[in-house]
Write a protein that binds this ligand. Structure first.
Ligand SMILES: Nc1nc2c(ncn2[C@@H]2O[C@H](COP(=O)(O)OP(=O)(O)OP(=O)(O)O)[C@@H](O)[C@H]2O)c(=O)[nH]1
Ligand SMILES: [Mg+2]
Length: 280
Protein backbone atom coordinates (compact mmCIF):
# COMPACT_ATOMS: atom_id res chain seq x y z
CA UNK A 1 0.00 0.00 0.00
CA UNK A 2 1.81 3.13 -1.16
CA UNK A 3 0.14 6.17 0.37
CA UNK A 4 -0.46 9.59 -0.98
CA UNK A 5 -2.05 11.80 1.67
CA UNK A 6 -0.68 15.30 1.61
CA UNK A 7 -3.44 17.73 2.52
CA UNK A 8 -3.02 21.41 1.61
CA UNK A 9 -1.93 22.51 5.06
CA UNK A 10 1.08 20.17 4.84
CA UNK A 11 2.48 22.01 1.81
CA UNK A 12 2.42 25.15 3.93
CA UNK A 13 3.77 23.20 6.93
CA UNK A 14 6.72 21.96 4.82
CA UNK A 15 7.64 25.56 3.93
CA UNK A 16 7.22 26.72 7.53
CA UNK A 17 9.30 23.77 8.78
CA UNK A 18 12.21 24.82 6.54
CA UNK A 19 12.00 28.41 7.81
CA UNK A 20 11.71 27.46 11.49
CA UNK A 21 14.48 24.89 11.20
CA UNK A 22 16.85 27.63 10.07
CA UNK A 23 15.83 29.86 12.98
CA UNK A 24 15.96 27.29 15.80
CA UNK A 25 18.84 25.92 17.88
CA UNK A 26 17.72 22.35 18.55
CA UNK A 27 15.23 20.15 16.72
CA UNK A 28 13.02 17.98 18.91
CA UNK A 29 11.95 15.18 16.60
CA UNK A 30 9.01 13.36 18.17
CA UNK A 31 8.77 9.72 17.09
CA UNK A 32 6.47 6.86 18.02
CA UNK A 33 8.49 4.52 20.24
CA UNK A 34 6.71 1.52 18.72
CA UNK A 35 8.19 2.32 15.28
CA UNK A 36 10.87 5.02 15.49
CA UNK A 37 12.20 4.60 11.95
CA UNK A 38 8.86 4.40 10.17
CA UNK A 39 7.71 7.46 12.12
CA UNK A 40 10.81 9.46 11.22
CA UNK A 41 10.09 11.80 8.32
CA UNK A 42 12.97 11.81 5.78
CA UNK A 43 12.06 15.38 4.77
CA UNK A 44 12.64 16.56 8.35
CA UNK A 45 16.01 14.76 8.50
CA UNK A 46 17.02 16.29 5.17
CA UNK A 47 16.09 19.82 6.28
CA UNK A 48 17.80 19.34 9.64
CA UNK A 49 21.04 18.13 8.10
CA UNK A 50 20.99 20.95 5.54
CA UNK A 51 20.65 23.47 8.40
CA UNK A 52 23.19 21.51 10.53
CA UNK A 53 20.94 21.54 13.57
CA UNK A 54 21.43 19.12 16.49
CA UNK A 55 18.51 16.91 17.37
CA UNK A 56 16.86 15.27 20.33
CA UNK A 57 14.96 12.22 19.14
CA UNK A 58 12.05 11.71 21.50
CA UNK A 59 10.66 8.16 21.42
CA UNK A 60 7.26 9.11 22.76
CA UNK A 61 4.44 6.79 23.83
CA UNK A 62 7.09 4.54 25.38
CA UNK A 63 4.33 3.30 27.70
CA UNK A 64 2.92 1.44 24.68
CA UNK A 65 6.21 0.04 23.35
CA UNK A 66 8.26 -3.04 24.28
CA UNK A 67 10.86 -1.65 26.74
CA UNK A 68 13.60 -4.06 25.63
CA UNK A 69 13.30 -2.94 22.01
CA UNK A 70 13.06 0.73 22.96
CA UNK A 71 16.38 0.36 24.78
CA UNK A 72 18.03 -0.99 21.60
CA UNK A 73 16.68 1.93 19.57
CA UNK A 74 18.07 4.41 22.09
CA UNK A 75 21.50 2.76 21.96
CA UNK A 76 21.49 3.02 18.17
CA UNK A 77 20.36 6.67 18.09
CA UNK A 78 22.69 7.78 20.85
CA UNK A 79 25.63 6.72 18.67
CA UNK A 80 24.61 9.20 15.96
CA UNK A 81 26.53 12.45 15.65
CA UNK A 82 24.73 15.54 16.95
CA UNK A 83 21.84 13.43 18.25
CA UNK A 84 20.57 12.63 21.74
CA UNK A 85 17.72 10.20 22.17
CA UNK A 86 15.30 9.64 25.00
CA UNK A 87 12.22 7.51 25.53
CA UNK A 88 9.34 9.12 27.39
CA UNK A 89 5.67 8.79 27.99
CA UNK A 90 3.63 11.95 28.16
CA UNK A 91 1.12 10.03 30.25
CA UNK A 92 3.69 10.00 33.08
CA UNK A 93 4.04 13.45 34.61
CA UNK A 94 7.63 14.58 34.83
CA UNK A 95 9.10 12.52 31.98
CA UNK A 96 8.72 15.36 29.47
CA UNK A 97 11.13 17.49 31.51
CA UNK A 98 13.99 15.24 30.33
CA UNK A 99 13.67 16.74 26.85
CA UNK A 100 14.83 20.37 27.47
CA UNK A 101 17.54 18.99 29.78
CA UNK A 102 18.92 17.05 26.80
CA UNK A 103 18.51 20.00 24.41
CA UNK A 104 20.59 22.49 26.40
CA UNK A 105 24.02 20.80 26.05
CA UNK A 106 23.48 20.55 22.29
CA UNK A 107 23.46 24.38 22.05
CA UNK A 108 25.28 25.60 25.18
CA UNK A 109 25.79 29.10 23.78
CA UNK A 110 22.00 29.69 23.85
CA UNK A 111 21.23 30.16 27.50
CA UNK A 112 20.09 33.71 28.29
CA UNK A 113 17.06 35.98 27.89
CA UNK A 114 18.71 37.71 24.93
CA UNK A 115 19.82 34.40 23.42
CA UNK A 116 17.19 31.88 24.53
CA UNK A 117 17.43 28.23 23.55
CA UNK A 118 14.95 27.88 20.68
CA UNK A 119 13.55 24.34 20.55
CA UNK A 120 11.49 23.25 17.57
CA UNK A 121 9.09 20.35 18.13
CA UNK A 122 8.46 18.56 14.86
CA UNK A 123 7.47 15.13 13.55
CA UNK A 124 4.76 13.24 11.72
CA UNK A 125 1.07 13.55 12.72
CA UNK A 126 -0.36 12.07 15.93
CA UNK A 127 2.93 11.21 17.69
CA UNK A 128 2.27 13.54 20.64
CA UNK A 129 4.04 16.79 19.72
CA UNK A 130 1.35 19.05 21.17
CA UNK A 131 0.95 16.82 24.23
CA UNK A 132 4.69 17.15 24.86
CA UNK A 133 4.51 20.93 24.56
CA UNK A 134 1.52 21.09 26.94
CA UNK A 135 3.33 18.87 29.45
CA UNK A 136 6.42 21.07 29.36
CA UNK A 137 4.40 24.25 29.74
CA UNK A 138 2.19 22.58 32.37
CA UNK A 139 -0.81 24.09 30.62
CA UNK A 140 -3.21 22.87 27.97
CA UNK A 141 -2.31 25.50 25.39
CA UNK A 142 -2.49 23.33 22.29
CA UNK A 143 -5.38 21.14 21.23
CA UNK A 144 -4.53 17.43 21.20
CA UNK A 145 -6.45 14.42 19.91
CA UNK A 146 -6.06 10.86 18.73
CA UNK A 147 -6.23 11.61 15.03
CA UNK A 148 -3.83 13.08 12.49
CA UNK A 149 -3.69 16.79 11.60
CA UNK A 150 -5.05 18.22 14.85
CA UNK A 151 -2.47 21.04 14.87
CA UNK A 152 -2.70 23.25 11.78
CA UNK A 153 -0.34 26.13 12.56
CA UNK A 154 2.87 26.63 14.52
CA UNK A 155 2.67 27.91 18.10
CA UNK A 156 5.58 29.51 19.94
CA UNK A 157 5.73 29.80 23.75
CA UNK A 158 8.31 30.70 26.38
CA UNK A 159 9.25 27.81 28.62
CA UNK A 160 11.42 30.01 30.84
CA UNK A 161 13.38 33.24 30.45
CA UNK A 162 16.07 31.26 28.66
CA UNK A 163 14.03 28.82 26.57
CA UNK A 164 11.35 28.94 23.88
CA UNK A 165 9.33 26.11 22.39
CA UNK A 166 7.59 25.81 19.05
CA UNK A 167 4.90 23.22 18.39
CA UNK A 168 4.14 22.51 14.74
CA UNK A 169 1.63 20.66 12.54
CA UNK A 170 2.41 17.01 11.81
CA UNK A 171 4.31 16.63 8.58
CA UNK A 172 4.34 13.63 6.24
CA UNK A 173 6.20 13.32 2.99
CA UNK A 174 4.36 13.61 -0.34
CA UNK A 175 4.45 9.94 -1.36
CA UNK A 176 5.12 7.06 1.01
CA UNK A 177 6.57 4.54 -1.43
CA UNK A 178 7.33 1.67 0.95
CA UNK A 179 4.05 -0.22 1.48
CA UNK A 180 5.21 -1.47 4.89
CA UNK A 181 5.87 2.07 6.08
CA UNK A 182 2.43 3.16 4.83
CA UNK A 183 0.78 0.35 6.78
CA UNK A 184 2.83 1.00 9.92
CA UNK A 185 1.88 4.68 9.85
CA UNK A 186 -1.76 3.79 9.32
CA UNK A 187 -1.60 1.48 12.34
CA UNK A 188 -0.71 4.39 14.64
CA UNK A 189 -3.22 6.64 12.88
CA UNK A 190 -0.61 9.04 11.51
CA UNK A 191 -2.43 8.84 8.18
CA UNK A 192 -6.05 9.80 7.78
CA UNK A 193 -8.52 6.92 7.91
CA UNK A 194 -10.06 8.32 4.71
CA UNK A 195 -7.20 7.04 2.56
CA UNK A 196 -6.66 3.56 3.98
CA UNK A 197 -8.76 0.45 4.50
CA UNK A 198 -9.08 -0.68 8.13
CA UNK A 199 -9.21 -4.37 7.23
CA UNK A 200 -5.89 -4.21 5.38
CA UNK A 201 -4.18 -2.34 8.23
CA UNK A 202 -5.60 -4.65 10.90
CA UNK A 203 -4.53 -7.77 8.98
CA UNK A 204 -1.03 -6.35 8.68
CA UNK A 205 -0.95 -5.51 12.41
CA UNK A 206 -2.33 -8.92 13.36
CA UNK A 207 0.36 -10.65 11.28
CA UNK A 208 3.14 -8.84 13.16
CA UNK A 209 1.54 -9.40 16.56
CA UNK A 210 1.00 -13.07 15.79
CA UNK A 211 4.68 -13.48 14.95
CA UNK A 212 6.14 -11.42 17.80
CA UNK A 213 3.55 -11.12 20.57
CA UNK A 214 1.13 -14.06 20.23
CA UNK A 215 0.48 -14.06 23.99
CA UNK A 216 -1.02 -10.55 23.78
CA UNK A 217 -3.53 -11.74 21.17
CA UNK A 218 -4.21 -14.85 23.25
CA UNK A 219 -4.96 -12.91 26.42
CA UNK A 220 -7.22 -10.32 24.87
CA UNK A 221 -9.07 -12.26 22.19
CA UNK A 222 -8.40 -15.93 22.90
CA UNK A 223 -6.38 -16.29 19.69
CA UNK A 224 -4.56 -19.65 19.83
CA UNK A 225 -1.31 -20.81 18.27
CA UNK A 226 -3.39 -22.56 15.59
CA UNK A 227 -4.04 -19.21 13.94
CA UNK A 228 -1.68 -19.09 10.98
CA UNK A 229 -2.16 -15.60 9.66
CA UNK A 230 -3.57 -12.10 10.22
CA UNK A 231 -6.81 -12.91 8.43
CA UNK A 232 -7.38 -15.82 10.83
CA UNK A 233 -6.81 -13.50 13.79
CA UNK A 234 -9.51 -11.13 12.50
CA UNK A 235 -11.90 -14.06 12.07
CA UNK A 236 -11.27 -15.14 15.67
CA UNK A 237 -11.88 -11.59 16.94
CA UNK A 238 -15.10 -11.44 14.90
CA UNK A 239 -16.30 -14.75 16.37
CA UNK A 240 -15.30 -13.97 19.97
CA UNK A 241 -16.84 -10.50 19.85
CA UNK A 242 -19.95 -11.51 17.93
CA UNK A 243 -19.22 -9.35 14.89
CA UNK A 244 -21.72 -10.58 12.30
CA UNK A 245 -23.05 -8.83 9.21
CA UNK A 246 -26.75 -8.00 9.52
CA UNK A 247 -29.06 -10.16 7.39
CA UNK A 248 -26.17 -12.11 5.85
CA UNK A 249 -26.78 -15.50 7.48
CA UNK A 250 -24.07 -15.24 10.10
CA UNK A 251 -21.31 -13.94 7.82
CA UNK A 252 -18.41 -12.53 9.88
CA UNK A 253 -18.06 -8.75 9.93
CA UNK A 254 -14.28 -8.53 9.48
CA UNK A 255 -14.40 -4.74 9.07
CA UNK A 256 -15.85 -4.43 12.57
CA UNK A 257 -13.27 -6.88 13.96
CA UNK A 258 -10.55 -4.80 12.25
CA UNK A 259 -11.80 -1.65 13.97
CA UNK A 260 -11.77 -3.43 17.36
CA UNK A 261 -8.17 -4.56 16.92
CA UNK A 262 -6.96 -1.15 15.68
CA UNK A 263 -8.70 0.81 18.44
CA UNK A 264 -7.39 -1.59 21.09
CA UNK A 265 -3.87 -1.37 19.69
CA UNK A 266 -3.90 2.43 19.45
CA UNK A 267 -5.09 2.72 23.04
CA UNK A 268 -2.59 0.20 24.37
CA UNK A 269 -5.30 -2.26 25.40
CA UNK A 270 -3.33 -5.29 24.22
CA UNK A 271 -0.22 -4.55 26.24
CA UNK A 272 3.17 -3.23 25.25
CA UNK A 273 4.56 -4.10 21.83
CA UNK A 274 6.95 -2.70 19.24
CA UNK A 275 6.28 -3.15 15.54
CA UNK A 276 9.80 -2.29 14.36
CA UNK A 277 13.08 -3.59 15.72
CA UNK A 278 16.52 -2.07 15.01
CA UNK A 279 18.46 -3.38 11.98
CA UNK A 280 15.39 -4.98 10.47
N1 LIG B 1 -0.31 6.39 25.47
C1 LIG B 1 0.17 7.59 25.17
N2 LIG B 1 -0.56 8.45 24.46
C2 LIG B 1 -0.02 9.66 24.18
C3 LIG B 1 1.27 10.04 24.61
N3 LIG B 1 1.53 11.28 24.14
C4 LIG B 1 0.44 11.66 23.46
N4 LIG B 1 -0.51 10.71 23.48
C5 LIG B 1 -1.82 10.73 22.81
O1 LIG B 1 -1.58 10.74 21.40
C6 LIG B 1 -2.62 11.46 20.73
C7 LIG B 1 -2.02 12.50 19.81
O2 LIG B 1 -1.43 13.53 20.57
P1 LIG B 1 -1.16 14.99 19.99
O3 LIG B 1 -0.33 15.71 20.99
O4 LIG B 1 -2.39 15.64 19.51
O5 LIG B 1 -0.24 14.60 18.73
P2 LIG B 1 0.41 15.60 17.65
O6 LIG B 1 1.73 15.00 17.28
O7 LIG B 1 0.43 16.99 18.16
O8 LIG B 1 -0.61 15.44 16.45
P3 LIG B 1 -0.91 16.45 15.20
O9 LIG B 1 -1.10 17.82 15.74
O10 LIG B 1 -2.16 15.89 14.61
O11 LIG B 1 0.26 16.32 14.28
C8 LIG B 1 -3.50 12.05 21.83
O12 LIG B 1 -4.63 11.22 21.99
C9 LIG B 1 -2.62 12.01 23.07
O13 LIG B 1 -3.36 11.90 24.28
C10 LIG B 1 2.04 9.08 25.36
O14 LIG B 1 3.18 9.29 25.76
N5 LIG B 1 1.44 7.88 25.60
MG1 LIG C 1 -0.45 18.69 17.46
Amino acid sequence: MSVQWYPGHMTVARRETAKTMAACDVVIEVLDARMPEASSNPVITELRLACQRPCVKVLNKADLADPRITKSWLEQYNHMANVSAVAISCTHPGQAAKVPTLCQPLAPHRNSPTKPLRMFITGIPNVGKSTLMNMLLKRRLAKVGDQPAVTRVQQRHSLSNNMTLIDSPGLLWPKIEDPNVGLLLATIYAISAKVVVDEEIAEFLATILLARYPALLGTRYGVTSEELDGAGVLDTIAIKRGCLKKGKGGELDREKAAKILLTDYRHGKLGRSSLEIPCE
